[in-house]
Write a protein that binds this ligand. Structure first.
Ligand code: FUB
Ligand code: ZN
Length: 672
C-alpha cells in the first residue's frame, strides 16, 4: 500500500499552495463570518433570497446547538441551508489533506478548535445536526427525503477519517463513531428501526471509509444496508413528503414546495432497487455519491448486486451522459441528469460537486476493475471541470460549469440565469468550494494504487511516493512536466531484492507512446497492454529508471452525432486538457469562428499562471451588421458566406474567466 506521497509537480504544487495558503484560510473566514463576502443566492434551485446574503452561519450554528444542548434559553439564531453543517466538515477534510502534505500549525489549531465546537454540539446519544437540534427537534430522521441528516453525518465521518489519518488524534474520530453508532441504532433491517436511507447519498461512502480505517464490521454492514434498501420501497421518500405536508411542516429548502415535480422518487435514485437502475436519473451529485459507494462497497464486500449497480451506472453516464469536460448534470431543474445524449452546452448544470463525485466514482471503479478508461475519466473531470471550479487566486468559485457562456444571455434569459460568467466569492448553497478544496488537497491519494504485488501508476504527477508492498519498502520518484509535456520518468530509489511488478495507465487519447528502461528502448515484447494499462513483464528493481513518453499533441475531437448540441462542431484537446476560446482573446461573437487546418502550441508562462496555449489560423464569418447597430433582416435567403482570416487563440478550459468577463466556448465550428 501507499504509505506517503509528496507532490512536487509545479502544476499541482502551485494549486495546492494556493488552496492551503489562500483558499482554506479564506473559507475559514467565510464560515466563521469574519469576512464580509457577497453571497450569491442564485444557485440553489429555490428562492434562496430567504437566506442571508451576508452571513454563512456555518460555525455559529454549532455554537448555537451547543448552547441549546446546555439548556440556554436564548442560544441565538441558527441560519443557512439545512445542510450548512457540511461546509464545516468539508473544510475540515481539506485541512486534513493539507496536514498530510505539509506542516500548517495555524490551520491545525483552527481545525482542532472547530472539532471542539462540533463535539460540544453533539448530543449524548451521538445525534448531530444543528438544524434539527435547534429548529425542529421533533422532526429528526423523519424527513429523510430532504433532511440531509445522514448527508451531513457522512461529511463529518469522511472528514474525521481523513483527519485521524493525517494527525493520529482521536477526538474527531470519537465524534464520528458516536454519530455512526447513532445512525446504526436508528437505521437497519431490525424491527423498530427505519427501513430506508437518506435522500442525499453520502453516508454510504463515509461508512465504508470509516470501516476501512476502524475495521468495525457494523459500519460495513450498515453501509451495505443503506445502499441496498434504496428503491426497495419506491414510495419511501414521497410518503414522508406527504406526511410532512399533512402535518403542516415547512419545506426544508427555502422557496421550494415539499411536493415538487423535481423531487419525486427518481430524483432520489429510489424508483427501483439500485441493481435494477439502468440509467443515471435525478440529482447528479446524489447519483455519483451513490455510485462511489456502490463501487467501493463492491471492492470491500464483493457483493455482486453492488457491482452490477455500479456497472450499469458507469456505462450509462460515461457512454451517454457526460460532457467532454467531465461535467455531468444537464439541467438546473433538480440539478439533474436528463436523458441520453442530452448535453446542452449553454444551459448545462455541470455542478463542481458532481465532477468531484465523478472522480470518487471513477477512482473506486478503478480500484475494483483496474481499467485505465476509469483513470481517463478521473483525469477528464479533474483537469477540466474541477479546476474550472476555482479562480486562479483561490477566492472565487463556480458552482455551474458551462461549455458555452455569454454574459448578456445569462442576464436576459431566465433559462440561463444559473450560468454565471464571474466566479462569486461564496454561495448561499456553498457545497462546491470546500468540496473542490478537499479534492485537490487529496490528490496524492489518486496517483497510484497497488494490487497484490503490483504498483499501478494512475495519474502523472511529479512526486515521490513510498510504498509498503507485502513488507517490501519501495520509494518511487516520478518526474514529469505533465500535463504540458508527455514524458514521465519513474526512478526506483528504494526496493527490496525481489523488486516489484509495475503497470502504468496509457490514456485513450494517446495514439503513440515509447518506453525506455535504463536508457534502452523497450519493444512490445517487454510489456503487455491490458485494459488501458501497460504491464511490464519484468520486475523493477532499485536503481531502475523507466521512461514513458506519451505523444502529446493537439487533437480535434467530434462528438457522437446523437449529441445534437455538438453536431457539426469540434473540440480541441491536448492530452487531458480541454481547450476553449474566450472573447478577451478572440473578440465577441465566438459562434462565427471557424478553426483552421493547423493547431500549434506554446507555453506562455505569464498567461493565467502559466499555461500551454494553442493557436489556429482560422477564419471568422463576416457580415457587415455583426458588431454594429445596422438594421438588417433577421432571416434572409442563403448567400455565399464571407470570411476573414483570424488567428484563433485557445486556452485551457480550466483557466477561463480569469480575465475580463466575456463569451466562452468549447465546441467550435470546423474549417469551412
Ligand atoms: O443538497 C446538498 C448539496 O447542495 C448538493 O449536493 C448540491 O447539489 C446542492 O444542492
Ligand atoms: Zn456543489
Amino acid at each position: 500500500m501507499l504509505e506517503k506521497i509528496t507532490i512536487t509537480s509545479p502544476f499541482w504544487r502551485e494549486r495546492q499552495q494556493i488552496i492551503a495558503k489562500e483558499m482554506i484560510p479564506y473559507q475559514w473566514e467565510v464560515i466563521n463570518d469574519l469576512k464580509q463576502v457577497d453571497i450569491a443566492v442564485t444557485n440553489t434551485g429555490g428562492d434562496s433570497s430567504a437566506l442571508d446574503s451576508d452571513k454563512s452561519y456555518v460555525v455559529e450554528n454549532f455554537k448555537v446547538a451547543a448552547k441549546k444542548k446546555q439548556g440556554e434559553a436564548n442560544p441565538g439564531k441558527r441560519g443557512g441551508m439545512v445542510f450548512q453543517d457540511s461546509d464545516a466538515y468539508k473544510w475540515l477534510e481539506a485541512v486534513a489533506y493539507t496536514l498530510e502534505c505539509q506542516d500548517a500549525p495555524e490551520l491545525r489549531a483552527k481545525a482542532d478548535q472547530l472539532i471542539e465546537i462540533i463535539g460540544a454540539a453533539q448530543e449524548d446519544d451521538g445525534y448531530l445536526n444543528t438544524y434539527f437540534q435547534v429548529i425542529e427537534p421533533d422532526r429528526k430522521y423523519q424527513s429523510l427525503y430532504m433532511s440531509h441528516e445522514l448527508y451531513c453525518a457522512g461529511h463529518l465521518i469522511e472528514a474525521a477519517v481523513a483527519y485521524t489519518m493525517a494527525t493520529g488524534t482521536k477526538k474527531f474520530l470519537e465524534i464520528a463513531c458516536k454519530l455512526a453508532d447513532n445512525i446504526d441504532a436508528n437505521f437497519g433491517p431490525e424491527e423498530g428501526k427505519i427501513h430506508g436511507a437518506d435522500g442525499h447519498e453520502e453516508i454510504e461512502l463515509a461508512l465504508l471509509r470509516l470501516y476501512e480505517l476502524t475495521k468495525e464490521e457494523r459500519y460495513l454492514k450498515l453501509a451495505e444496508y443503506l445502499l441496498l434498501i434504496r428503491g426497495q420501497d419506491p414510495d419511501f421518500f414521497t410518503a414522508q413528503q406527504r406526511r410532512d405536508v399533512e402535518l403542516g411542516r415547512k419545506s426544508l429548502i427555502p422557496g421550494l414546495e415539499i411536493i415538487h415535480p423535481d423531487f419525486k422518487a427518481p430524483y432520489f435514485q429510489s424508483d427501483k432497487p439500485v441493481e435494477e437502475q439502468m440509467e443515471a436519473k435525478g440529482h447528479a451529485v446524489r447519483v455519483v455519491y451513490l455510485c462511489s459507494a456502490l463501487a467501493l462497497g463492491a471492492v470491500l464486500t464483493g457483493n455482486e448486486r453492488l457491482k452490477r449497480a455500479a456497472d450499469n451506472y458507469w456505462r450509462n453516464i460515461i457512454q451517454k451522459r457526460m460532457y467532454i469536460t467531465g461535467a455531468i448534470g444537464s439541467t438546473p431543474h433538480g440539478e439533474a441528469f436528463t436523458g441520453d445524449y442530452d448535453l446542452p452546452n449553454d444551459s448545462v448544470y455541470g455542478e463542481t460537486c458532481a465532477s468531484v463525485g465523478l472522480i470518487f466514482f471513477a477512482h473506486n471503479m478503478l480500484r475494483e476493475r483496474h481499467d485505465g478508461a476509469m483513470g481517463d475519466v478521473m483525469e477528464q473531470a479533474l483537469y477540466n471541470t474541477v479546476l474550472a471550479g476555482m479562480n486562479l487566486d483561490g477566492k472565487g468559485f463556480f458552482y455551474v460549469n458551462p461549455l458555452e457562456a455569454n454574459p448578456y444571455l445569462s442576464k436576459v434569459n431566465p433559462g440561463l440565469r444559473h450560468v454565471l460568467t464571474r466566479r462569486p466569492g461564496w454561495f448561499a448553497c456553498a457545497c462546491c468550494p470546500p468540496n473542490l478544496a478537499r479534492m485537490v488537497m487529496s490528490l496524492g491519494h489518486y496517483v497510484y494504487q497497488t494490487k497484490q504485488d503490483t504498483i499501478l501508476s494512475d495519474l502523472f504527477v511529479d512526486s515521490c511516493a513510498k510504498f509498503n508492498l507485502a513488507g517490501q519498502h519501495i520509494t518511487l520518484k516520478q518526474s514529469t512536466n505533465y500535463p504540458w509535456e508527455g514524458t514521465i520518468a519513474y526512478e526506483v530509489q528504494e526496493a527490496g531484492a525481489a523488486g516489484f511488478k509495475f503497470a502504468v495507465r496509457v490514456p485513450q487519447w494517446c495514439e503513440h507512446f515509447s518506453l525506455k528502461l535504463n536508457q534502452h528502448e523497450l519493444g512490445a515484447g517487454a510489456y503487455e497492454l491490458k485494459h488501458g494499462y501497460l504491464y511490464l513483464k519484468e520486475h523493477l528493481h532499485q536503481g531502475d529508471l523507466l521512461e514513458l513518453t506519451l505523444e502529446l499533441k493537439p487533437m480535434l475531437v467530434e462528438a457522437d452525432p446523437r449529441i445534437s448540441a455538438d453536431y457539426g462542431k469540434q473540440a480541441v484537446l491536448r492530452g487531458p486538457i480541454v481547450y476553449c476560446v474566450e472573447e478577451v482573446d478572440n473578440g465577441a461573437n465566438l459562434q462565427c469562428l471557424h478553426l483552421g487546418a493547423d493547431l500549434e502550441g506554446h507555453y506562455e508562462d505569464k498567461l493565467l499562471g502559466g499555461v500551454y496555449v494553442l493557436e489556429s489560423h482560422g477564419q471568422r464569418r463576416i457580415r457587415p451588421e455583426l458588431g454594429q447597430e445596422i438594421a438588417s433582416p433577421l432571416y434572409r435567403k442563403v448567400q455565399p458566406a464571407q470570411f476573414e482570416e483570424q488567428l484563433i487563440k485557445l486556452i485551457p478550459y480550466f483557466a477561463w474567466c480569469n480575465r475580463s468577463e466575456g463569451e466562452m466556448r468549447v465546441w467550435l465550428n470546423p474549417q469551412p
